[in-house]
Design a protein around this ligand. Structure first.
Ligand code: PEP
Length: 290
């Protein structure tokens, strides 16, 4: 009985260590931004969803989904605790990312944090920084603009790629300050990052009022804001960065509306919450123009 229990515990820990040790996994579909054009970036954000079993089942669904077009890069940002399992079980042409990381640049006394160097070490490629839910704080202190930019710089310095989220709330759009809000979220980046850093960043424009609400910005509304963001980057960072950087749209994107959004000239992909939890995610992947 004791031996059986010990074996069960050993097996459980064996599984645990298998799932969390450093991975040597092909690098997914990541590529540098091509000089000739911007490759679509479709990111999934599973948020704080799923058990080991439920998220393993999601991996199986995506493994069986169709091929990823060569002009599309796909990344799934999963809960920290499932990163090891997803890295082991998800097809290698989908990169695996996290949804946040610490400000710390190295190991140490940072209870509860996960460092970007640790994400890199386990085989993660991408990390989402500055998601509006984290900026707001869901009952805890939210993350101010400078903190988001500082985290972004540390993550980049540690070799991660960053999806950096910006976007306005409903009342801000209604009072006509959308671009002012986006500019205030981008300005600390412009101060802290080098030009070379922008090769590893995508901006995710996510109007807060469209996240998880079923409300989507119309393709034209999204395009107009994306164009303004690109103009701001051109004027405040560099025209070359502006022409190369990818700007994803996020906010209730799904298979049914992705084609029209992705057809817009300044929309270079999506960051998808709800619809990344099931097979509809691949309808979005397939909706990118070729
Ligand atoms: C998100 O969380 O980044 C998001 C865009 O969520 P949803 O697609 O569910 O609106």
């Amino acid at each position: 009985m004791i031996a059986t229990t010990a074996a069960a515990i050993g097996a459980a820990f064996g599984l645990y260590f298998t799932n969390t040790k450093k991975k040597s996994r092909p690098a997914g579909s990541s590529v540098a931004v091509a000089e000739s054009g911007r490759k679509y970036l479709i990111g999934g954000n599973w948020k704080c969803n799923g058990t080991v079993d439920a998220n393993a089942a999601r991996c199986k669904i995506f493994n069986a989904a169709g091929p990823i077009p060569s002009n599309v890069e796909v990344v799934l940002c999963v809960p920290f605790v499932h990163i090891g399992m997803v890295l082991e079980s998800l097809r290698a042409d989908i990169a695996v990312g996290a949804q946040n990381c610490g400000l710390n640049n190295a190991c140490g006394a940072y209870t509860g944090e996960v460092g970007s160097h640790q994400l890199k070490d386990i085989g993660c490629t991408w990390v989402i920084i500055g998601h509006s839910e984290r900026r707001e704080g869901f009952g805890m202190a939210g993350e101010p603009v400078d903190l988001c930019a500082d985290k972004c710089k540390v993550a980049l310095d540690n070799g991660m790629k960053v999806m950096f989220c910006i976007g306005e709330k409903k009342e801000e759009r209604e009072s006509g300050v959308t671009m002012k809000v986006c500019a205030a979220q981008l300005a600390p980046l412009a101060k802290k990052l080098t030009i070379a850093d922008y090769e590893n960043i995508s901006i995710a424009y996510e109007p807060v009022w469209a996240i998880g609400t079923g409300l989507t910005a119309t393709p034209q509304m999204a395009q107009d804001t994306h164009a303004e963001i690109r103009k701001w980057i051109s004027e405040n960072i560099s025209p070359d960065v502006a022409s190369k950087i990818r700007i994803q749209y996020g906010g209730s994107m799904k298979g049914a509306n992705a084609k029209d959004l992705l057809a817009m000239p300044d929309i270079d992909g999506g960051l998808i919450g709800g619809a990344s939890l099931d097979a509809d995610f691949f309808n979005i992947v397939a909706a990118a123009p070729n």
